[in-house]
Ligand binder design. Structure first.
Ligand SMILES: *Cc1c(COP(=O)(O)O)cnc(C)c1O
Length: 464
């Protein structure tokens, strides 16, 4: 890399041809373990592909339970789609480095360069592909901030599938343009909780003014998929299949870094359900599990929704309506609903079972919770130097990248810092406006708030 180089490109024909399945290596690594089995909520037995088939596409259910294949080929038609917007750039944040006067070299992988505005399209298009292959008619899903719904709407349009999106009501009201984008791609969008499902009606009876939560929207989407012929449900984070598809982020990053003879000392990602961090980490955790390299991994979460830093490692439902299978993960309880003040995304109550296990086993080294004002401080520093308006979610990773770069300035260490810049912030300008006009507040749950969430974790005698 020359002193003046900014971006590192890989060629289209160097795009990864297979996804990396970290579970195969977690099982065999010294000190590693697979995550605890996903349990059927009725029988409390480990789920099988047959159990999952009524909800998920068959091929995706197989991926969900695959612990054997280290690599899973990416079908040619998917690679063709990826070529429309990938490889995504790996950028050396030279202007941010200069502002911080740090000897660290900071790199970020930027996933905001597609219409959905985030990395979510990487998995949406894969899930759409397998649904089409199976001959399905349509899909249902939920969306919080709207990025996943948009990505899935793009994928459904491309594969000519119907799509119904349950959108968390507070976002539906605060982000009308997100709804319009999804409709532009042909999706139908329902604010959740809605009176179109049993779960939604029950929620509205109990809490008529509910602003909604991801957990409730998931329950509604699952219920709709189960009750509609030719439909299945898709999810944009948390699941193993999603981390698998997102491995394309890290695989591309590693190819690009090899070209400039760099290797990260620190890998940082924001963590909502864990998919972008799991994806960015993929080839580096592969090295770590094999004992070849020891990059330091940091998950950054929102102090408003601190599942890794303050949650319990326990079996819990993935949704508020408690209709989904049980996963062992770091969780705040499916009944936890973050404060409506919180504008920065990353609002899910649980965390990917894979990342949870890696954290529990010490391979994911650290989780850090950051508050939203400090996150927006970092977002502005980044926007004003690097010229990219980051998503609030991504800005959690930026916050910690800046903090680590400042530590390097103080210690004189020339570390290589890599972080995931997962999306752009064009649809989050209301939050930026609140920050700029001083009306943004931090909303960190008290121990009592957390206790209420923990009370919703099932006791599962003999299992927990
Ligand atoms: C959804 C989203 C996230 C968080 O989800 P993960 O599954 O944790 O990656 C982060 N950044 C952006 C831009 C998102 O849309």
């Amino acid at each position: 890399m020359k002193e003046t180089d900014y971006k590192t490109y890989i060629d289209e024909d160097e795009l990864p041809q297979a996804y990396y399945n970290v579970r195969a290596d977690m099982i065999t690594a010294a000190g590693g373990h697979d995550h605890a089995p996903i349990l059927h909520p009725g029988t409390l037995q480990a789920v099988s592909v047959a159990d999952m088939e009524p909800i998920f596409c068959t091929e995706l259910a197989k991926q969900e339970l695959n612990t054997k294949d280290r690599f899973i080929d990416i079908p040619g038609e998917l690679i063709d789609f990826y070529r429309m917007y990938r490889p995504s750039p790996l950028v050396r944040a030279r202007f941010l480095e200069r502002l911080l006067k740090t000897p660290a070299r900071i790199y970020y992988k930027y996933e905001g360069n597609n219409t959905s505005g985030s990395h979510k399209l990487n998995s949406a298009i894969a899930q759409g592909y397998y649904a089409k292959e199976q001959g399905l008619r349509g899909l249902t899903t939920e969306t919080g901030a709207g990025q996943w719904g948009t990505a899935m709407a793009m994928a459904a349009a491309y594969f000519e599938l119907e799509l119904e999106v349950f959108m968390v009501k507070v976002s539906y009201e605060q982000k009308p343009h997100r709804k319009t984008i999804m409709q532009t791609f042909g999706a139908s969008v329902v604010p959740s909780p809605s009176n179109t499902t049993e779960v939604g009606r029950k929620m509205l009876d109990e809490f008529p003014d509910s602003s909604g939560s991801l957990g409730t929207a998931i329950s509604e989407a699952v219920e709709r998929a189960l009750s509609t012929e030719g439909y299945r449900y898709v999810l944009g984070s948390v699941l193993n299949q999603v981390l698998l598809h997102q491995s394309i982020i890290g695989l591309e990053t590693k190819i690009a870094m090899e070209k400039i003879d760099e290797y990260p000392d620190i890998v940082i990602g924001c963590a909502g359900g864990g998919s972008n961090l799991g994806g960015l980490m993929a080839p580096f955790i592969e090295d770590r599990l094999a004992g070849r390299q020891s990059p330091y991994f940091i998950a950054v979460e929102s102090a408003s929704c601190p599942s890794l830093t303050r949650g319990r490692f326990a079996y819990d439902f993935c949704d508020t309506g408690q209709v989904t299978p049980l996963a062992k993960m770091y969780t705040l309880g499916s009944g936890f609903i973050p404060s409506a003040n919180h504008a920065g995304g990353l609002r899910y109550h649980g965390m990917s079972p894979i990342l949870s296990q890696l954290y529990h086993d010490g391979f994911l080294d650290e989780a850090r919770a950051v508050d939203q004002i400090s996150v927006f401080d970092a977002a502005l520093q980044f926007a004003r130097t690097e010229g990219t308006l980051p998503a609030p979610e991504s800005s959690h990773a930026i916050r910690v990248a800046i903090d680590e770069a400042i530590k390097c300035r103080e210690s004189g260490e020339e570390k290589v810092i890599l972080f995931g810049c997962t999306g752009n912030g064009y649809f989050d300008l209301t939050a930026f406006e609140q920050y700029l006009n001083g009306t943004m507040t931090d909303s960190i749950p008290t121990d009592e708030d957390l206790a209420r969430g923990f009370a919703s974790i099932p006791s599962l005698e003999g299992i927990q």
